[in-house]
Write a protein that binds this ligand. Structure first.
Ligand code: AHR
Length: 315
């Protein structure tokens, strides 16, 4: 466990509030909206913060420009949820040279960890592995033709989930991945990819969707084509486990839904408080998450959905 010591920033601003600049990926999914709301709920003036959250609409160049703007304005902390893993070295160096603590949140970057202060996020590869292991247990040796609707190309969420699922698929010669295509983490994207898949692959058993919104789009496409899904139809696996996603898991439409917990702001806030207090902080803080499956399925790996589990979800 690498621990880092950072000199506490004292707010240069007259109101004494710590200025937090957050470059958010965009508004592509229910998960993203929940994550944004969670930041607004946590980083309040009452808690001592002024949050400027920028919706970067999946535009990497805009995300870099906004980080540079925060540096110009001498913000106290910069939080980056990177749209893509690549292309961060220069801007991270600039943030570091400006002496502003930088937190990488949710997704990860393909850059030396010396270039940022700390990172907070889920383990996307483990999420993919959970999905694969669930399928392994569910199929119990049966052969399957699999279609994958990936998240945005180049994002650590898509890279990690593919890698994790493929790690498990590699042990199963009886599984055939027919195609894997980018659905951009959106409902429209998921629908368009699924419509294309339906034309190209008349026979398939499983659809793995890298997030809930893509799964809704895939369902729309299957509904329009008269294709059944659920316990007695095609197997849909999803990620995120948002409130709506788990509603559809409880209804038996999505058979397995692996959580990616959007409630991350409080963890980021605690890291900032520790830096303020001059405490040592870990280089990475894991946001815990778990998997869920539809009622009636026995699983040693994930939680079987119930009304109570759903009622306990905020987002
Ligand atoms: O980075 C988290 C992923 O990005 C979520 O799975 C997805 O819904 C979002 O858009």
């Amino acid at each position: 466990l690498a621990l880092v010591m950072v000199l506490a920033a004292t707010s240069a601003f007259a109101d004494g509030l710590l200025k937090i600049g957050y470059v958010q990926v965009g508004h592509e999914s229910d998960w993203r909206m929940a994550n944004t709301q969670n930041y607004y709920d946590v980083f309040t003036e009452d808690a001592g913060f002024e949050l400027e959250l920028i919706d970067c609409d999946n535009d990497h160049a805009l995300q870099l420009a906004k980080v540079r703007e925060f540096v110009q304005k001498d913000f106290d902390y910069i939080v980056i949820d990177p749209i893509q893993t690549a292309g961060w070295d220069d801007v991270l160096k600039e943030v570091q040279e400006a002496g502003i603590p930088c937190i990488i949140a949710d997704r990860s970057v393909d850059a030396s960890s010396d270039l940022y202060t700390t990172a907070v996020g889920t383990n996307m590869t483990a999420e993919g592995e959970t999905a694969g292991k669930w399928l392994e247990e569910y199929l119990a040796g049966k052969a399957a033709k699999i279609l994958v609707i990936e998240g945005s190309t180049g994002s650590s969420a898509a890279i990690g989930r593919s890698e994790g699922f493929n790690n498990i698929a590699a042990n199963h010669p009886e599984w055939e991945i027919l195609a894997s295509q980018d659905g951009d983490f959106t409902q429209n994207g998921g629908q368009a990819v699924m419509e294309d898949f339906i034309k190209r692959f008349p026979e398939f058993d499983v659809v793995v969707c890298h997030n809930d919104n893509e799964a809704y789009g895939a369902m729309d496409a299957m509904d329009a084509a008269g294709i059944k899904y659920g316990v007695d139809g095609k197997i849909i696996i999803s990620f995120d486990a948002t409130k709506e996603g788990l509603t559809r898991t409880l209804a038996g439409q999505i058979l397995c839904n692996v959580e990616c917990n959007p409630i991350q702001a409080v963890i980021v806030m605690n890291v900032i408080k520790d830096i303020q207090d001059g405490k040592e902080i870990p280089k990475f803080t894991l946001v815990p998450d778990e998997g869920f499956c539809a009622p009636g399925i026995e699983s040693s790996l994930v939680t079987v959905m119930t009304d109570e589990v759903l009622a306990a979800r905020k987002y």
